[in-house]
Design a protein around this ligand. Structure first.
Ligand SMILES: *Cc1c(COP(=O)(O)O)cnc(C)c1O
Length: 481
């Protein structure tokens, strides 16, 4: 497939503008240091060429609108189209964050109401939507923890991170200047309470817990964990990226969590996975509020306003108020579902995961057998003995029309296949996936070459993933000149 630059022909265009009605003087008055030395080189294509280019490109890739995408931990649910309609309303797209607040009351009202809904969902009293990703929320949450302890004159340097947590947790810990210390899992895949008790001391600032953890298991000893951490004055942090399992069932604030980050783009439906705009709201307990990034949207008699009066704030962690369009989508999603609908989201996410788990446990090893939450982890170790790797299984799924699950994660399961179906899939789709997985299990025995050669139906075969990530080659039209 040719790139847009390759199909470009001078003079082709995809726009029609009315004749210019300003004189050239305005442009002439611009100091020359602000002017381009040569025209910006953009591809020149007609509208139909541009549309076909992007449509073809989208078909060469896998996405949720093309097929089932059970990528564990990523919550690749279908994103309702009505979200796009509301986010595209001119009242939202044609405003600027520097406008006087009196002229953007609707946008502020939406943010305020979304805050109130998240307060209800998390059971924590204050929310900021400034972080724009889960990992960004984690880093911000840890910065809040640091500010909180500093304000009390305490110098705590360690963050405890269970080995079943998401990989971003130890990374955020290091990035925010803490030392991360691992807590191992017990034989049931849950936090080892004895080890936690030993390691939890006055030097520990935070325990970062992913619940359900990345094995898809609910940390049932949460009350005990809450006690152990708070007895030593620490803070309990919930990696709430997996909130898809908890909506309307559990409020993290009631379970003893002090800081929670949310992944709006996962649980509350914004297309994600390509590095596009995300939302990582942060909910905190009342005595952590003074440190939040500013501003916070508030309401008074005269209307909504942005409150910057937080002298102890950690400052800004993103321009303006985060990714506003993601907030519009999350708000639409929540309003469409309502309280009952939200609870059904989580119930169905859990039912779908357990249906797949029970249907596949005879064909693949299931290391943790208890009830799963929104996702579960299989191991390809049986197939490994036949010379077939988990990577081969993942690649073969592409040939059979499915996106692969998350593989080789969590690290504590060898040959891991982490499967998260989400609630938006029908039983027919789940059954088709089960049939594909069973076919693969059978091929591993009878036709292993089929797995080792996969994929054969995709636009590219197996890629050099390391070099693709580390040695990015971006073509410019002027490279040839
Ligand atoms: C996805 C995820 C994150 C990171 O979120 P990003 O938006 O990708 O930064 C953190 N923790 C868990 C459990 C996740 O699933």
């Amino acid at each position: 497939m040719k790139t847009l630059f390759e199909i470009s022909k001078p003079g082709r265009k995809a726009y029609t503008l009315p004749p210019k009605d300003v004189s050239g003087e305005l442009l002439e008055s611009l100091p020359s240091r602000f002017k381009r030395k040569r025209p910006l080189r953009l591809p020149e294509v007609s509208e139909v060429d541009a549309v076909r280019y992007w449509t073809n490109l989208s078909q060469r890739n896998f996405h949720i609108e093309k097929g089932f995408y059970p990528l564990g931990s990523c919550t690749m649910k279908y994103n309702p189209k009505i979200n796009e309609e509301t986010a595209a309303l001119p009242g939202f797209t044609e405003i600027h964050p520097l406008q006087p607040v009196s002229t953007v009351q609707g946008a502020l009202e939406l943010m305020y109401e979304l805050e109130q809904i998240m307060v209800e969902i998390t059971g924590l009293p204050v929310v900021s939507f400034q972080p724009v990703a889960g990992a960004h929320g984690e880093t911000t949450g840890l910065m809040l923890a640091r500010a909180y302890f500093e304000s009390k004159g305490e110098n705590r340097g360690t963050v405890l991170v269970p080995d079943s947590s998401h990989g971003t947790n130890p990374a955020s810990t290091t990035l925010s200047g803490f030392k991360s210390e691992k807590i191992s899992s017990n034989e049931r895949g849950l936090v080892n309470i004895d080890e936690l008790e030993k390691k939890m001391d006055e030097n520990v600032a935070v325990l970062m817990l992913t619940n359900p953890n990345t094995l898809g298991l609910f940390e049932s000893e949460i009350k005990r964990i809450d006690e152990i951490v708070h007895k030593k004055g620490g803070l309990l942090y919930l990696d709430g990226a997996n909130l898809n399992a908890l909506l309307g069932i559990i409020k993290p604030g009631n379970e003893g969590f002090d800081i929670v980050h949310l992944n709006l783009h996962k649980t509350f439906s914004t297309p994600h996975g390509g590095g596009g705009p995300g939302g990582g709201g942060l909910a905190v307990r009342a005595d952590i509020e003074p440190f939040l990034p500013v501003p916070i949207v508030k309401k008074r008699d005269t209307g909504y306003y942005l409150d910057y009066d937080y002298p102890q704030s950690i400052g800004k962690i993103h321009s303006f108020y985060g990714n506003f369009n993601v907030l519009v989508k999350a708000y639409t999603y929540l309003k469409m579902l309502g309280c009952k609908g939200l609870k059904r989201v989580s119930e169905n996410a859990i039912i779908n995961a357990n249906y797949l788990k029970e249907s596949l446990k005879d064909d693949f090893e299931l290391p943790y057998k208890q009830l799963a939450m929104h996702e579960f982890v299989l191991s390809g170790s049986k197939q490994k003995k036949l010379g077939v790797k988990t990577l081969d299984i993942a690649k073969r799924l592409l040939d059979l029309g499915f996106h692969a699950p998350t593989v080789y994660f969590p690290l504590i399961v060898p040959e891991a296949l982490m499967i998260e179906p989400t609630e938006t899939e029908s039983k027919d789709t789940l059954d088709a996936f089960i049939a594909a997985m069973k076919k693969i299990a059978e091929e591993a025995v009878n036709e292993p070459e089929k797995l080792k050669n996969a994929p054969v139906t995709t636009p590219v075969r197996r890629l050099d993933e390391i070099n693709a990530a580390r040695m990015l080659k971006v073509k410019h039209s002027w490279d040839k000149e």
